[in-house]
Design a protein around this ligand. Structure first.
Ligand SMILES: CCCCCCCC/C=C\CCCCCCCC(=O)OC[C@H](COP(=O)(O)OP(=O)(O)OC[C@H]1O[C@@H](n2ccc(N)nc2=O)[C@H](O)[C@@H]1O)OC(=O)CCCCCCC/C=C\CCCCCCCC
Ligand SMILES: O=P([O-])([O-])O[C@@H]1[C@@H](O)[C@H](O)[C@@H](O)[C@H](O)[C@@H]1O
Ligand SMILES: [Mg+2]
Ligand SMILES: [Mg+2]
Length: 209
């Protein structure tokens, strides 16, 4: 759904990507700085309760994940190292964002909402990582698994937009519900990826003489 915006976002990033390449910035530098910025903003701004500013700053840094690939493609430098670096650092950024949301609940909220919010944020970390792992493992085995209702863009955009709105007055219970939905949607995505790989593996078995 949101992942389908990949082409549009890539096009929107093109002028900035060209400008950065022109002044000698490499795609890897953007990947690394974007990840450090995402992690620092998440761990500093969300636990301290700056949800609106935090969502904006994290969102801006997280969008560097679309910029690095655009730069790599424009400069003809796309390759396995870049793909590995990009996906590996994405996991650190994802972990920091949902951990920071969990810490926000523990530090800034009280009672049941603190416990439930932090637990659901932890579930988003674990199930989101499993979504990404399923794709990486599938691709390592020669299958495709880039499917599902809760790919990374969906998980990040929905959680950051709702976090930002809570920062300007939306009840925090809405964020709890949305974290629950992201956790369940991530689990469903794991199932969708397992089904995709199963059918490819069966088809490959059937083709083997
Ligand atoms: C002050 C400014 C504020 C800005 C706020 C932002 C507002 C944003 C508004 C709208 C949101 C837009 C939605 C974004 C949708 C993203 C869809 C998309 O493009 O997804 C794909 C990207 C990129 O993924 P990936 O890394 O897989 O692809 P790449 O293109 O990088 O290609 C990978 C290949 O490239 C090669 N390579 C890569 C790196 C490298 N070093 N070398 C290489 O060779 C290699 O071959 C690789 O295989 O995904 C994303 O961008 C991740 C999602 C980002 C989520 C952004 C979240 C922003 C949304 C909201 C912010 C919160 C707002 C708060 C609102 C408050 C309300 C009151
Ligand atoms: O697998 P997922 O978490 O939905 O989404 C992601 C992929 O769409 C992306 O190409 C890659 O750079 C990420 O690291 C991550 O794997
Ligand atoms: Mg990227
Ligand atoms: Mg990425």
């Amino acid at each position: 759904m949101i992942t389908a915006l990949r082409g549009v976002i890539g096009k929107a990033m093109t002028p900035l990507a060209r400008a950065l390449l022109r002044i000698g910035v490499s795609p890897d530098a953007v990947t690394i700085i974007g990840t450090i910025g995402t992690i620092a903003a998440a761990l500093w701004l969300l636990p301290t309760g700056h949800l609106f500013v935090g969502a904006l700053v994290i969102g801006a840094f997280a969008l560097s994940d679309a910029l690095d690939g655009t730069m790599a493609r424009l400069s003809g430098r796309s390759g396995p190292w870049g793909a590995f670096l990009d996906s590996t650092l994405d996991r650190l950024a994802d972990g920091a964002i949902f951990t920071a949301i969990g810490v926000y609940f523990l530090v800034q909220q009280e009672g049941n909402i603190a416990i439930v919010g932090a637990s659901l944020a932890a579930a988003c970390v674990v199930f989101g990582f499993t979504v990404s792992y399923a794709r990486a493992r599938a691709e390592g085995l020669g299958f495709q698994a880039a499917v599902g209702i809760a790919e990374r863009s969906e998980r990040l955009v929905i959680s950051l937009v709702v976090t930002g709105f809570v920062g300007i007055g939306l009840p925090v219970s809405v964020l709890v519900v949305v974290l629950g939905i992201i956790a369940v949607a991530s689990l469903i995505t794991v199932g969708q990826r397992m089904a995709a790989v199963r059918s490819q593996a069966k088809a490959a078995d059937a083709d083997t003489p």
